[in-house]
Design a protein around this ligand. Structure first.
Ligand code: FAD
Length: 544
């Protein structure tokens, strides 16, 4: 998908930034958090076409939108998450809620409903989760009973309950997953439909400016043309089909919130004098609390941009890649926010300094749109198949390509990333020979190692070839971050891989040699110097 041209995207982002700087200032969002209040007026202003018309970014041009693509969604999501993740969630719930229409609707349904979302700036909600069906959506019990008149299907009566629905108490239009006789299916339900009510807003740990509520459907009648796609049983396939995009969006939330926390920590560290010098000059501080987080966040950015590029080129699927992007970026964002609290010491633990709120907010990103554990599972299952199908060649060949990158551009960390992929291939093969993935824990840990190794590889491949425009860090700084991350990934794959394969009973005594541990330790050479350089550059880029 072509998406917005660069000028339009920059215009939207700068307008959004200006709006945030004037209205969504720290005092305002802290107050929303304190009062646990959903700011309906902010969403109205953001959707108002005469001001921002932000919802139009996510609507294809043929239905009156601006036709933003995955890259645009990532940029807007990152920016909004840095401002307030609760408001970002409310905003993006419309995008999520309209996805079943975009993916599964008939041409008439798309035209009618997407046109209405665009023109009337309808707030939407996405109703999939139920009290007993979260990660396992197939366990859903909300039912849609067909209503026939004179042998003709006229509509459905929907009965059931939805749980934790963003915008649940405030939306105008809801996409609801329900079990029809033909299987799980998406239906559209309008606010105010008879028998359709919602619970009180949940009292949440974070994203308190977003409205989250349960939905109750008691014999709610919808006409037959509210069944998306007009064919029953497509619901789970349609839900799967959008994961590449939606998980990218939540990944961008992790990135935006994590970087906002880190930027605050960097600024603070320059002002805070301890033992005669600013904290920003102290290795024990920067090399623990700042630099590794910047490296992880930027590795996940590289992966997000890579997935967005593939999706925008019209390539199908990318569910697994969306999972890697979400997993790495949200875990990195959560960790960065946690370390930012530590970086601000006692001030970090108080509300006024914001990082405490960011930490509570970003925590949700490792839970909604698929938990981190479900991501690990998704990644491991898919790549395990690739390992089997290619008889182990998948990662060995990728490692070879990285060797070529390293010969041309030795500054990118491609050598360490290549070691990570080689070690990963060896671990996967050992798991196959000893049948270790029968242990669920081993399989999930493989998911984590795969995500680390692939992120290191993609970061090394792109860092100088496709430098990002989304952050003000020059190529040498990002190359240092790529090297730092690749070293971490290689060590993690080898050491954790060994731990879990040995722990699960692997039988080959020479496995440590196969993983090339000496080379992986040798690749750590230069790590502290790279961290010195990265710390200095981050101070320059984000100083007060
Ligand atoms: C603030 C908020 C907003 C939300 N917004 C929406 C929304 O707009 N629309 C919507 O439909 N949903 C929404 N959700 C629901 C969210 O997507 C689910 O909470 C999430 O998918 C996890 O489901 P669950 O809560 O039922 O947890 P469970 O699935 O019960 O998981 C509990 C724990 O068990 C782990 N686990 C689950 N299955 C397995 C397994 N097979 N093996 C090993 N471990 C496993 C999980 O990783 C997790 O750690 C929202 C949730 C929250 C909290």
């Amino acid at each position: 998908m072509a998406g917005l041209d660069k000028e339009t995207r920059q215009l939207i982002l700068s307008t959004l930034r200006r709006y945030a700087e004037s209205k969504l200032v720290p005092e305002y969002v802290l107050n929303l958090d304190h009062e646990d209040r959903f700011p309906q007026e902010v969403l109205q202003e953001l959707y108002d076409p005469s001001r921002l018309g932000l919802h139009l970014v996510f609507i294809p041009e043929e239905y009156g939108g601006l036709g933003g693509n995955a890259y645009d969604i990532y940029c807007v999501s990152e920016l909004m998450a840095g401002v307030d993740l609760g408001i970002a969630t409310g905003l993006l719930a419309t995008f999520l809620g309209s996805d079943p229409i975009k993916v599964g609707g008939t041409p008439e349904q798309k035209s009618y409903w997407m046109g209405r979302v665009a023109d009337e700036a309808l707030l939407m909600a996405y109703g999939a989760t139920e009290p007993q069906a979260g990660s396992d959506l197939a366990a859903l019990t909300t039912r849609a009973e067909p209503v026939h008149e004179d042998g003709v299907l006229k509509g459905y009566r929907i009965t059931g309950r939805k749980q934790w629905i963003s915008n649940g108490g405030v939306a105008d239009l809801y996409s609801i997953l329900a079990l029809a006789p033909g299987g799980p299916s998406w239906f559209l339900v309008e606010k105010g439909a008879q028998g359709f009510t919602h619970g009180k807003p949940e009292d949440k740990h974070g994203i308190r400016a977003s409205n989250t509520a349960a939905l109750f459907l008691d014999d709610v009648y919808v006409p037959a043309d509210h069944l998306l796609g007009s064919v029953e049983g497509q619901g789970l396939v349609q839900a799967q089909a959008v994961f590449g995009y939606t998980r990218l969006m939540v990944g961008a939330f992790g990135l935006g919130a994590g970087w906002e926390a880190l930027r605050r920590a960097i600024r603070y560290s320059q002002e805070r004098i301890q033992a005669g010098a600013p904290l920003s000059q102290k290795q024990g501080y920067t090399h623990k609390l700042i630099v590794p987080n910047a490296a992880r966040l930027e590795a996940s950015r590289a992966y997000i941009e890579w997935v967005a590029e593939r999706l925008d080129a019209g390539e199908e699927g990318y569910t697994t890649e969306g999972a890697v992007a979400k997993y790495m970026a949200t875990e990195a964002g959560n960790r960065a926010a946690e370390d930012a609290i530590q970086a601000l010491g006692g001030y970090g633990y108080t509300k006024e300094y914001m990082v405490e709120k960011i930490k509570r907010d970003v925590r949700i990103t490792t839970i909604y749109e698929g938990t981190s554990e479900i991501m690990e599972w998704t990644i491991a299952r898919d790549r395990w198949q690739w390992h089997l199908k290619t008889r182990g060649a998948y990662y060995q060949e990728w490692a070879g390509r990285l060797g070529d990158v390293h010969r041309k551009e030795p500054e990118n960390g491609a050598d360490a990333a290549s070691l990570a992929l080689c070690a990963l291939g060896a671990i996967l093969e050992r798991c196959r020979l000893d049948r270790l993935t029968r242990n669920q824990h081993v399989l999930f840990r493989l998911g984590e190692l795969i995500a680390y190794a692939e992120s290191a590889a993609v970061f090394a491949e792109r860092v100088s070839q496709k430098p990002t425009e989304a952050i003000c860090l020059d190529v040498p700084t990002r190359q240092a971050l790529a090297r730092i991350f690749a070293r971490e990934a290689a060590l993690k794959v080898a050491v954790d891989g060994l731990r879990w394969t040995v722990g699960a009973g692997q039988t080959f005594p020479g496995l440590p040699d196969l993983l090339n541990l000496p080379a992986i330790y040798q690749a750590q050479e230069g790590l502290v110097a790279d961290m010195d350089f990265a710390a200095q550059q981050l101070n320059l880029a984000f100083g007060g």
